[in-house]
Design a protein around this ligand. Sequence first.
Ligand code: PHE
Length: 376
Amino acid sequence: MIKALRLLLLPALLAAATGAALAQNPIKVGEFASLTGKEAAFGQSSHKGTLLAIEELNATGGALGRQFELITEDNQSKQGESATIVKKLISRDQVVALLGEVASGRSLEAAPIAQNYKIPMISPSSTNPRVTEMGSYIFRVCFIDPFQGTAMAKFAQKSLHLKKVALLTSVSSPYSVGLAKYFKETFAAIGGEITIEQKYSEGDKDFKAQLTAIKAAGVDGIFVPGYYTEAALISKQARELELTFPIFGGDGWEAPQLIEIGGKAMKGTYYSTHYSPENSSPAVQNFVKKFRARFAGETPDAMAALGYDSAMVLADAIKRAGTTEGPKLRTAIAATKGYDGVTGKTTIDSHRNATKAAVVITVKDGAFKFVESITP
Ligand code: PHE
């Protein structure tokens, strides 16, 4: 009799105990990032911004009476790793949402898994349109490349006065291929000429053959929609070949390594990105101050700002949803309207994207300098 009672009571006791524990359990948020490897600058910056947001949220009470726990995994900038890591974050760590990635290629790897498990994923800064097309649980808090490509095509024509441009695209990066396409479409539509198109792959180090062909084509500028390592090497080798005209790209250029690797060759280069720490708005200046205090005087870049905003948009949605349950949280993120962050107001549209201004940056006296802001 006693034994039977015990058997009956045990599950009830266990359920009560786990229920109480669950109420105090932190809200687990999974972050996947390139903390090491080729694009470590992206992952490190984005992570610092995300971490600052989570710490601030926890200091002001978290959400739903619970604290946040950020579980960060490194994909080493390697292809294939993001899928493995995201599966682990969902199945083993039971995260309620995912933040990541910076690079579009790695967001594209993770998105089908998040979609399949109905775990909302917010990319802070992947700009390729296909990322959010992967499914109803996939969001981003940044602009997309059709806008960025158009913005840079107009900038090339109106501000740099370029008529004949060469395209140098990384064929192994979905981001690069997409941005090249959108730039080309607009530049041609507004009367510019893409005189020559050359290709490379991620990790390439020698661009002399492509640059020699570009030199022979007689252009007045090169658009390089790639990541910072190659963009810096390309600029350096172009200057060695005495190509003195503007070389310009998109947000993938943003990293201190661009100047470290490229050195003097970066003079007269331009790129578009999501934010400038020189922006005098109180939201930006307040963020810059908090970030510097937290990370040894470091000035936050675009990935840091977007990482911060992605975590804040997620927390805002969790509070509005009143739950961390996947489908309800998804609906709350989709309903985000005018969330006021560091990178401007985030409104999630019907394609789960955000619309924001771009800024153009140049390199002057070995430092990044704000040139102009381009509104959508
Ligand atoms: N937009 C780039 C991509 O989609 C990543 C990136 C974002 C790089 C912001 C720098 C700054 O791959």
